[in-house]
Design a protein around this ligand. Structure first.
Ligand code: PEP
Ligand code: MG
Length: 583
């Protein structure tokens, strides 16, 4: 029997999973090959250059992880990756493919494929073991370039056998969104942080996941038995009988807790001293609505509409968007649904939306969220039309992501008014009053201008994930700085406090929908800061509700005042833990 191996990483989605490893190879499906016109040669060459640059960035990132591997194993990998980097820097493969685009007038994918085929032919003729190994390296590098050219090719991740544990170098949020939780029991990746959208999606689908696991790729093979503890951030490969028993016991304990928490479904979220809190769900896909119903959420506080635009090459039509929104609105039976306009950019890619836009344009500090929507106003207007039509079936609110100026909200409101006017002209029925239009506070500038934004917004929603990332300059998806991602940093808390205060002064509703909202350890602090609406991954609602029912809101407010006088998060954590153990 194979020896048991253990790997640790970032616990990104809680729960225990056990299954058979499905290591996602760099396999490619569906590579388009076609002839191009002379005028398109430059575009194809540019695509190739971009795909190669992206491959260089990816390999460098893998290299930096290799350094962290123990026992010198990393050194060997590091050297191999160094050879890949050399190959990506103007080697025969890259130069040859570039030349073929211009000379043979073919697309970049076809040029790379042909070049690999030609190099293979020449190498195979040499009949030498060393050369054969180099050929594998060339194929590996070529495949990486091909994957990047397709950006997010539709890979058959959705068709995995029941009980699979997906092991991959990296999974994007759209990869994760494709997984079917009835067949995939868990995931583990080498790259990725616990606050990114891949992790959020894993939690939404309740797939136990561990991300940022050093040494993972070399330690697991397809077919190995794998156990995942998504809470502890542990992956065990080829577990022995003792480990299996321990995991079974832990799973039984967790099941017991879930059964106990399920009884809270119909209980109100009211503190001991009578303060009522509205607990809502964050939703990405309609498949999550069963869970939303199961936990008794009082509405959807954040519908991340960008997930409708992933895993497809073309934009969803207004009717398609409307059908999804209607399904979610009807599923809430009269509770409100807050639909956020497209938040593509940073770690959320959509080939359909971004198309040929350079990757560097849509980074976290680039064209993301409302910025992208205002560059493509016809797309925003289409989304608004779908939302307005869905509002015939239940109350909705509209939320704008990544706002940093008052002007962005004003422009978006004009587009909303124009969408409504167009529908009315076409005699399409919509409610007479426009839905409330709110602003996400997730950029420090927005938090500091929350008083001004309150004047042009009907409500505010605090996005503490991005607010933490941008305030602390810590990338949410970078596993190297995961430990610095600290929502209890006084700077983040002050911005939350300022935002909440500004909304209250302007007498508009304010909610929080970042991952903080779903952490029961932080519930007392958020209530103490005056928040009365929390939106979270539905799986967290029962635990947060349980916590609210134990808390005295006045005492929480006093403790929050004390916490806000502190200057370091260590002390804040102690004061919070102390409060949590007392009340
Ligand atoms: C946030 O940033 O906190 C938020 C809720 O938005 P997202 O996680 O989708 O970026
Ligand atoms: Mg955000």
């Amino acid at each position: 029997m194979s020896k048991e191996l253990r790997f640790t990483g970032l616990g990104a989605s809680p729960g225990i999973a056990s299954g058979i490893a499905h290591v996602r190879e760099m396999g490619i499906v569906d590579i388009p090959e076609y002839v191009i016109k002379k005028k398109d040669v430059k575009t194809e060459e540019d695509r190739l250059v971009r795909a190669v640059k992206l491959a260089q960035r990816q390999v460098r990132r893998l290299q930096s992880r290799a350094k962290e591997m123990a026992n010198g194993a990393g050194e060997e990998l590091w050297a191999l990756l160094d050879a890949y980097l050399l190959m990506l820097d103007g080697s025969r493969l890259v130069r040859g493919a570039e030349k073929r685009i211009g000379e043979q007038r073919i697309n970049a994918e076809a040029a790379v494929q042909m070049e690999i085929a030609q190099i293979s032919g020449a190498f195979q003729a040499m009949d030498d073991a060393y050369i054969a190994a180099r050929l594998d390296d060339i194929r590996e590098v070529g495949n990486r370039i091909l994957l990047n050219l397709g950006k997010h090719p539709l890979r058959p991740l959705s068709a995995l056998p029941k009980g699979s544990v997906v092991i991959a170098e990296n999974l994007s949020p759209s990869d994760m969104a494709q997984l079917d939780p009835t067949s995939v029991s868990g995931t583990g990746t080498l790259l990725g942080g616990a606050e990114g959208h891949t992790a959020i999606m894993a939690r939404a689908l309740a797939i136990p996941s561990v991300l940022g696991v050093v040494g993972l790729m070399g330690g697991v093979r397809t077919g190995d038995r794998v156990l995942i503890d998504g809470s502890a951030g542990l992956i065990v490969v080829n577990p022995n009988a003792d480990t299996l028993k321990r995991f079974d016991k832990r799973r039984a304990e967790l099941d017991k807790v879930s059964i106990r928490l399920a009884r809270l479904k119909t209980q109100p979220a009211i503190s001991r001293d009578g303060t009522e809190i509205r607990l809502q769900a964050n939703v990405e896909l309609p498949i999550e609505m069963a869970m939303v119903e199961q936990v008794g959420a009082q509405g959807v506080g954040l519908l991340r509409s960008e997930f409708m635009f992933m895993n497809r090459r073309t934009l969803p039509s207004e009717d398609e968007q409307f059908a999804i929104m209607r399904q979610i609105v009807e599923g809430m039976n009269g509770y409100p649904v807050t639909i956020r306009s497209l938040d593509v950019g940073a770690d959320k890619a959509s080939q359909a939306v971004i198309g040929e836009m350079d990757d560097s344009a849509t980074t976290a500090l680039g064209v993301r969220g409302i910025r992208l929507s205002l560059l493509k106003p016809e797309l925003l207007e289409m989304q608004f039309r779908a939302m307005l039509r869905a509002s015939n079936y239940g109350p909705i609110r509209i939320l704008l992501p990544m706002v940093s100026t008052v002007n962005e909200v004003q422009k978006a409101r004009k587009i909303l008014e124009s969408a409504a006017a167009k529908l009315k002209r076409k005699k399409i029925k919509i409610p007479s009053a426009l839905p409330a239009l709110g602003t996400m506070i997730e950029v420090p500038a927005a938090a500091l201008a929350a008083d001004a934004l309150s004047q042009v917004s009907d409500f505010l929603a605090i996005g503490s994930n991005d607010l933490t990332m941008y305030t602390l300059a810590v990338d949410r998806v970078n596993e190297h700085v995961a430990e610095l991602f600290d929502t209890l940093h006084p700077a983040v808390l002050r911005l939350i406090q300022f935002t909440t205060g500004a909304a209250m002064k302007a007498r508009i509703p304010v909610s929080i929908c970042g991952e903080m909202a779903g952490d029961p350890k932080l519930t007392a602090l958020l209530i103490g800061l005056g928040l009365r609406e929390l939106s979270m991954s539905p799986a967290n609602i029962p635990r947060v509700k349980q916590r609210i029912r134990e808390i005295d809101a006045v005492a929480a407010s006093n403790r929050a005042n004390l916490i806000m006088d502190q200057v370091d998060s260590g002390r804040i954590r102690i004061l919070l833990e102390d409060f949590n153990t007392l009340a």
